[in-house]
Design a protein around this ligand. Structure first.
Ligand SMILES: [Zn+2]
Length: 293
């Protein structure tokens, strides 16, 4: 078996795929994520061995420091401060490419997903957190410091009176988009405004059932997302926004978003295209397999 091998490391599972050049899955396997760093490295090593020959790309939360070569900013904290890529290359026995998982998502959707055929693709994954990625002409824009496409840590633009003081973010600053535009952000916002501590899923269910406060919470989420996206438009004015992640099933964050982004755009009339990710949760592993040209 040969082709492109992708690995997607998540908090609870590791996905592996082998893709033909045409994008057909030749091999797929999922295992539970081991608790230890050594366990994770070994598990990825054996998945690659099973997948066979081919170039190996790996998507994982966090990123590799260009300065130290060590992994950082991962919510799978056992990987932080470790020479993750070097250790994986040692166990796999060939060079690997590694990238942030949201970047892998973006690449997959741009190449043969919902962003296929567009030149500039801005990708958001809206789930527990807010990830992002930017692909131009089929190439992932990683940036000089590996920080390009970190849309979740751009600031919430144009805050209104009720949004002060801005919320602190784990990155050490205040007002990051992720604190507002995410399942966690929706839950906290609803708790602060409506006084009910219920899950994002429950908020959506109540909104669909006609609960006015839950509907207002969803509307604030949508408005904030539109502002964040309009800010991205001021930087790259993408041909398409692709939305993935658990909350992308909400029409408020996909089908109904474009007119709002347009309203917040510099001209106030920008023609904006917003589509839903095609490959769902498989985008991460498919994108990892695409990391090699
Ligand atoms: Zn932040």
């Amino acid at each position: 078996m040969s082709g492109r091998i992708g690995i997607d490391l998540g908090g609870t599972k590791i996905d592996a795929i082998a893709l033909s050049e045409a994008g057909e899955a030749l091999f797929e396997k999922r295992v539970a994520t081991p608790k230890t760093y050594e366990g994770i490295v070994a598990a990825i090593g054996s998945l690659v061995q099973e997948a066979g020959d081919g170039k190996v790309g790996i998507g994982a939360p966090g990123s590799r420091s260009r300065v130290t070569g060590l992994w950082r900013n991962a919510n799978i904290v056992v990987c932080n401060g470790k020479p993750f890529q070097a250790d994986l290359e040692a166990v796999i026995g060939r060079p690997v490419k590694m990238e942030n998982d949201a970047n892998c998502f973006a690449l997959s959707e741009a190449i043969d997903g919902a962003g296929q055929g567009y030149s500039v693709v801005a990708f958001f994954t809206v789930g527990t957190a807010l990830g992002g990625g930017l692909v131009v002409n089929g190439k992932l824009i990683v940036g000089a410091n590996g920080e390009a496409g970190e849309f979740g840590h751009t600031a919430l633009p144009w805050p209104n009176d009720s949004e002060w003081p801005l919320l602190p973010c784990f990155c050490g600053k205040a007002g990051c988009a992720e604190q507002y535009v995410s399942g966690t952000g929706l839950q906290r916002d609803h708790r602060c405004v409506a006084g009910e501590d219920i899950s994002a899923k429950e908020i959506v269910a109540r909104a669909r059932g006609g609960d006015a406060q839950a509907q207002a919470s969803l509307q604030r989420l949508q408005d904030r997302f539109a502002r964040v996206a309009a800010n991205i438009s001021c930087v790259v004015d993408p041909d398409v926004f692709v939305i993935g992640g658990g909350l992308s099933e909400l029409p408020e964050l996909v089908e109904h978003l474009a007119p709002l982004i347009s309203r917040y755009s510099f001209s106030g009339t920008a023609e904006v295209k917003v589509v839903r990710a095609k490959h769902g949760e498989k985008s991460g592993v498919r994108g990892a397999a695409r990391l090699w040209d």
